[in-house]
Design a protein around this ligand. Structure first.
Ligand code: MG
Length: 383
């Protein structure tokens, strides 16, 4: 029996690499559904190649174009964000890969878990916004959440064979991004073009900016807390510019287990798809002779304040991480439109966390309302 996949965000960086994994293992996987936000041309090509049962375009204005292009094929064509939350519930689907960007991942992930689908989680914002709700829901429905983020896949792999031995500490590695060595004065005037050049990873625009500002690592800390049930104090961020060690776990006897490899997202994607099996890969292997030195340093939370705000948000709990995420989505978009500078992103996030209504025990509806309120308050600060 082939595993039936729904790939949400199929035209993005993770989505396209996931489809490469599917192409390399046609005996194991079949694509049941593909969804995209805007990139209708690529979605059409993917649909013609993988022949899913359903495709969904989130942007409803692109529906006529998609519908017409696939008219000759027996593929159902839907549009809108409600349709994405609906398609994941289809009976034949075994696993849903959530690879869309940002807060948009929350609703379909909730729907997929309630429908009992295994989740391959690439959309970390889902756990940042509503980690408590999502993990409780997954337990209730006996649904596994398999991490696709490279660091979390590494931690997950390090925990193989750990039985019930408690984690003492997670060592979450970070490349440090393109601005690791820049002073505060220099950071004040970096451009989006510089921020979009990540030294080790090729990724979508939003996550590349998040990496440059280290918000990505803050989000990953929150993601790790929920995925592995540890306290923020048990997560140490280690800047490791070579990105060879993808993360580590320290146990109570002092042993540290690490997962290493070349920086390549296809491994974590494939591992989530085929877990607990490992599939043969044609990607290049790690060659230690090319890495004479591996280096490690402390992150600087004075220059990269977003990291401090992520720790503040997760310690405060409630809807605070949701506020953090909403503010971040607004400032990243404003930075990409040249409306604000690099350091202003952190200023606006800090202020939005102060002024948005705090809710200690939020429901799903509270998260939705918090997201709307925090976006509005963050947007007011964008000139
Ligand atoms: Mg990552």
């Amino acid at each position: 029996m082939k595993r039936q996949l729904a790939i949400l965000g199929s035209t993005g960086s993770i989505g396209t690499q996931a489809l490469e994994v599917v192409s390399e293992h046609p005996d194991r996987f079949e694509v049941y559904a593909l969804t995209a936000n805007n990139q209708v041309d690529l979605l059409i090509n993917q649909a013609r190649k993988f022949m899913p049962d359903v495709v969904v375009i989130a942007n409803e204005q692109k529906y006529p174009e998609l519908k017409e292009a696939l008219e000759d094929l027996p593929i159902k064509v839907w549009a809108g964000s409600d349709a994405i939350a609906q398609v994941v519930q289809a009976a034949p689907i075994d696993m849903v890969l959530t690879a869309m960007v940002g807060y948009a991942g929350l609703k379909p992930t909730v729907a997929a878990i309630k429908a009992g689908k295994a989740i391959a989680l690439a959309n970390k914002e889902t756990l940042v916004v509503a980690g408590e709700l999502i993990t409780a829901l997954a337990r209730e429905h006996h649904v596994p959440i398999l991490p696709v983020d490279s660091e979390h896949s590494a931690i997950f792999q390090c925990l193989n064979g750990a039985y019930d031995n408690p984690i003492e500490k997670i060592l979450l590695t970070a490349s440090g991004g393109p601005f690791r060595e820049k002073s505060l004065e220099e950071l004040a005037c970096v451009t989006k073009e510089q921020a979009l050049k990540h030294p080790n990873w090729h990724m979508g625009a939003k996550i590349t900016i998040d990496s440059a500002s280290m918000m990505n690592k803050g989000f990953e800390m929150i993601e790790a807390k929920w995925l592995f049930g540890v306290l923020p104090e048990q997560i140490q961020i280690v800047v490791h510019p070579q990105s060879v060690i993808h993360s580590m776990v320290q146990f109570e006897d002092g042993a540290v287990i690490a997962q290493l490899g070349i920086p390549d997202m296809k491994l974590p994607i494939a591992y989530a798809f085929s877990y607990p099996e490992r599939m043969k890969s044609k990607e290049p292997r790690l060659d230690f002779r090319q890495y004479a030195t591996l280096t490690f340093e402390e992150p600087d939370m004075r220059r990269f304040r977003n990291l401090a705000y992520a720790f503040d948000a997760v310690r405060k709990g409630g809807n605070m991480p949701c506020i953090l995420n909403a503010a971040n989505e607004i400032v990243v978009s404003a930075f990409l439109q040249d409306k604000i500078g690099f350091l202003q992103m952190s200023d606006i996030i800090e202020k939005t966390m102060e002024v948005t209504t705090f809710i200690p025990n939020p429901t799903y509806e509270d998260y939705v309302n918090t997201d709307t309120e925090a976006r509005r308050l963050a947007l007011q600060q964008v000139p």
